[in-house]
Ligand binder design. Structure first.
Ligand code: CTP
Length: 416
């Protein structure tokens, strides 16, 4: 159970926030609602009051009869400043729907309503669910406001694609379903509750290179950006991170232990040594599936080329071996780059055959994501649930993967 402060801004999707409150209170979260004046044209405060069992606040100088308390809590004798009290007590601040106007204000630190002042005072995790017409959402102004908020740690839930409110309009901008909003909030809450604090996390990144001779190798296009983003995100959450990297040209973040493992054999050795000391493995490296059977000494000369053949042998599947020998309470996450419409089904198979807790799959047939790019779009698959993460920066995707690890670990705890 958590204290969720819900901010509702002016938009047709405001009606979905009522359902969010119903679902959240059914899960025993205590919810308080702040509406912008514009949102009351779409949904009245009385509806939220009936569902939360607490007054809904709208005006900048509204006194709060509950003095900042959440439902079920004792009312303080002291009369606090409303926008400070609610934000200080909340475990999470969800703004849904978040209009383009409110997003712009938040990005620039405006405090011209109870909602925006509370957001400025909030030090709890802030989750934002934009909902608007697709043209407004895709406008560079909105996109740069969202990027600015994300860079400050605000979690932005990408809107859904589908029919929009205005006639015959279709595109990105729909508020996701209330159940999805609740799941996002619960994942963020468990992540914020220190699940990663002191947790030992092993991350692999980059792509292995299998030498043909002293100059040439068989390699792949992995840049290591996804693995680095995971290491950085885990570090920011207080984890003790070991990064095993294969041929990553980018600087690794300070504060983590880095081990270089340029080939599959070295990666295997480093992982086998590192994993027994860790609770989580995020196997983001692209490990070669095959390597030359023999390595030529020196450099193969052109004259040797006619008739030259390379004999290849398979490399051991490091991830499958590690998962097969796992200790209790270890969470093992694999990655899969698949091509085309069978991507999810193929990843599902890998989840089972490699005995993983989760697999993160991206469809490499989609343009602008994956290898070398700064963005990614993935689906996280576990044996009991699946979560699509819409296209976002690799850092944002890394946060969602860590949220999924947090969820898996807390579900494991609950089933014990
Ligand atoms: N992996 C590994 N050791 C290998 C090959 C892959 O540990 N020799 C890991 C990768 O780091 C990744 C996951 O396995 O986390 C999936 O890798 P992928 O190459 O997509 O799967 P494969 O099982 O090798 O199947 P295929 O290449 O046939 O798709």
């Amino acid at each position: 159970m958590a204290r969720i402060l819900l901010g509702v801004t002016g938009g047709i999707a405001a009606y979905k926030s009522l359902e969010f409150v119903r679902l959240a209170t059914a899960r025993e979260h205590a919810v308080r609602v702040i509406q912008t004046p514009a949102s009351t044209r779409f949904v009245g405060r009385a509806s939220f009051e009936a569902l939360t069992g607490a007054p809904t606040l709208v005006g900048d100088h509204d006194a709060d009869p509950l003095r900042g308390a959440f439902p079920g809590e004792q009312i303080d004798a002291h009369d606090p400043i409303t926008h400070l009290a609610l934000a200080a007590k909340a475990d999470l601040f969800l703004i849904a729907p978040a209009s383009a106007n409110t997003i712009a204000k938040l990005a620039h630190g405006f405090a011209d309503s109870l909602l925006t002042s509370s957001a400025l005072a909030a030090r709890c995790p802030v989750v934002l669910a934009p909902a608007m017409n697709n043209l407004m959402y895709e406008h560079p102004a909105t996109q740069s406001n969202i990027a600015r908020l994300e860079s400050r740690g605000v979690q932005v839930i990408t809107p859904a694609v589908g029919r929009l409110a205005s006639r015959d309009e279709h595109g990105i901008g729909r508020l996701p379903e209330p159940q999805q909003l609740l799941e996002a909030c619960e994942q963020r809450l468990s992540a914020a509750r220190g699940l990663f604090d002191g947790l030992r996390v092993l991350v692999t990144a980059g792509g292995t290179r299998e030498p043909i001779d002293d100059v040439r190798f068989i390699g792949n296009r992995s840049s290591g950006k996804m693995g680095l983003a995971l290491a950085q995100a885990a570090l920011a959450r207080g984890a003790e991170v070991t990064l095993i990297e294969a041929n990553v040209a980018l600087a690794s973040p300070a504060g983590l232990r880095v081990i270089h493992a340029p080939t599959a054999a070295e990666m295997q050795r480093a992982c086998e040594e590192g994993l027994p000391r860790c609770e989580v493995l995020l196997m983001a490296a692209a490990v070669a599936d095959f390597r030359p059977k023999a390595r030529f000494d020196g450099k193969i000369k052109k004259q040797q080329l006619p008739g030259l053949t390379l004999d290849l042998e398979p490399t051991p599947d490091i991830l499958a071996r590690l998962a097969g020998a796992r200790q209790p309470r270890q969470t093992i996450v694999g990655f899969a780059a698949e091509h085309g419409e069978r991507a999810l089904a193929l990843a599902q198979q890998k989840l089972q055959t490699k005995e993983l807790d989760a697999i993160v799959v991206n469809d490499i047939s989609k343009p602008g994501i994956g290898f070398e790019s700064d963005a990614n779009e993935v689906t996280i698959i576990t044996s009991s649930w699946q979560q699509a993460v819409a296209k976002a920066s690799k850092r944002s995707v890394a946060e969602r993967i860590l949220d999924a690890v947090a969820r898996l670990r807390s579900e494991g705890e609950a089933s014990r």
